[in-house]
Write a new protein. Structure first.
Length: 450
């Protein structure tokens, strides 16, 4: 299996090189040369780790199978549920709990694996790495917990000041490991993401400071997320819909790849908050940037989705020149029209958007009916599933305690905090920087492994 860029400039690279490259050197995103097939009936076991092993083998041929198995075991040993991603049933709605990792968010599933993968490759190659990432909340803390204390790695995480929940910020900043640098930016998540992308386009700087990515632009993130679609399907045992809260298009793109691999998903439901660029894309073919609105579901307060380019690559039959031209147009005009592809898009996805008012109503409704608390992001997915009105698996992307203020607003009482979250009291280390590419480059120069 080789990997290539969505924009034609990178081709025939190995899995390990693809992971270390992160963002392709031509500015595109890394994709596999082909999508391997894996029918669910051909899986011998339905436990999470066994499924992960069978899927990873299809995409990784430059790491020994024993080492792949060991990386999986190490990555998911730290989860607090033996099933890793357990499922709860509520009538025709299933909740796939993806929040049993160290930071209580679905990002742990990919970033625990990616952190161990980075350490494995660096040790093998006797290299150092400086990981650079942006977060709208959960990616940052999950990346830090996946990489803190790792040999030969430093991690720099940009997040919007006052744009994440207090608990999310504490998880990033209440870390004493000297290889961790959480950086608050005076701007939005899109500003953080733009800084990251522009720095990665500077190939000389990227090479000098051995930069790598932990955002969902890194294909290992997508690979790890494919697993729980297969896991959930096998547990339910029939064709279902998946409702996916998403802002960056990574989680739902993993489901799209699973479908291409042969998992018989009836429909992928794309659930957004009031930052509805992806909703407008699916409903009207309109992909246009607007101002970011601060909502109760901050991890989805995004206007331009990092993984959107990967889907466009497949939407246009893997025509990398078409993708390259579209991305130039998007960068120039901050909008694209896909009305010519609307039938295909709507055969792949349905989409719903949820207001803050509806989020609070959904949290209250679900608690009163089922005595089960969902976080604001999951509430977007549940609301979308209820609107679709069919048997659906909803991805629960975070523990509700991470958004205690919204929960208290919806239910009128304070939620019990898991012990690890309750201990987060004092921000020990964070750094603040202006919204400037050069300022962040300078900070990296002062603190990076070289």
């Amino acid at each position: 299996m080789f990997y290539k860029s969505t924009r034609c400039g990178v081709d025939k690279i190995s899995f390990k090189d693809a992971i270390m490259m992160g963002l392709a050197t031509d500015g595109g995103l890394i994709v596999p040369e082909f999508v391997p097939k894996l029918l669910p009936q051909n899986l011998k076991n339905d436990d999470f780790k066994s499924i992960a092993f069978e899927i990873f083998k299809l995409y990784i041929d430059d790491i020994k199978e024993k080492d792949i198995f060991d990386l999986i075991e190490k990555s998911y040993a730290v989860f607090d549920d033996i099933e890793v991603t357990p499922i709860r049933q509520f009538d025709s709605l299933y909740i796939l709990e993806l929040f049993h990792g160290p930071t209580y968010a679905f990002k742990d599933i990919a970033l625990q694996f990616l952190g161990n993968l980075f350490e494995y490759i660096l040790d093998e190659r006797n290299q150092t790495l400086n990981v650079l990432g942006a977060t709208s909340g959960d990616t940052g803390s999950a990346a830090i917990y996946g990489l803190k204390g790792k040999k030969n790695v430093k991690v720099f995480i940009l997040y919007p000041k006052n744009g994440v929940s207090p608990t999310q910020e504490l998880q990033m900043c209440d870390i004493e490991d000297k290889n961790v640098f959480p950086i608050a930016i005076y701007g939005t998540f899109d500003d953080c993401q733009n800084i990251i992308k522009e720095i990665f386009k500077d190939n000389a700087f990227k090479e000098k400071y051995h930069l790598g990515s932990i955002n969902s632009i890194n294909f290992a993130r997508i690979l790890a997320q494919i697993v729980y679609y297969y896991y959930a399907f096998l547990k339910i045992g029939k064709n279902v819909l998946f409702s996916v809260p998403t802002g960056n298009f990574g989680d739902i793109f993993a489901g799209y790849l699973a479908k291409l691999m042969g998992l018989p998903i009836e429909k992928l439901i794309l659930a957004t908050n009031e930052n509805d660029v992806l909703y407008r894309f699916v409903r009207f073919g309109d992909y246009s940037k607007q101002n970011v609105k601060k909502t109760l579901s901050p991890s989805m307060d995004i206007q331009l989705a990092s993984n959107f380019e990967r889907y466009i690559y497949y939407l246009y039959d893997q025509d990398c020149n078409k993708v390259k031209n579209l991305m130039v147009e998007l960068n120039k005009n901050s909008k694209l029209s896909f009305t010519d592809k609307l039938n295909q898009i709507q055969s792949d996805f349905s989409a719903y958007r949820t207001s803050d008012k509806e989020i609070l109503e959904t949290i209250k409704y679900f608690y009163e009916k089922y005595n089960y608390i969902i976080d604001p992001h999951t509430a977007c997915g549940v609301k979308a599933a209820l609107k679709e009105g069919k048997q659906t698996i909803c991805l629960a992307t975070a523990h509700p305690a991470k958004f205690s203020e919204a929960i208290e607003n919806a239910l009128g009482f304070k939620i019990d905090m898991p012990e690890k979250l309750a201990k987060l009291k004092t921000k020990k280390r964070n750094f603040e920087q202006e919204n400037s590419i050069e300022a962040i480059k300078h900070f990296i120069e002062l603190n990076a492994n070289v």
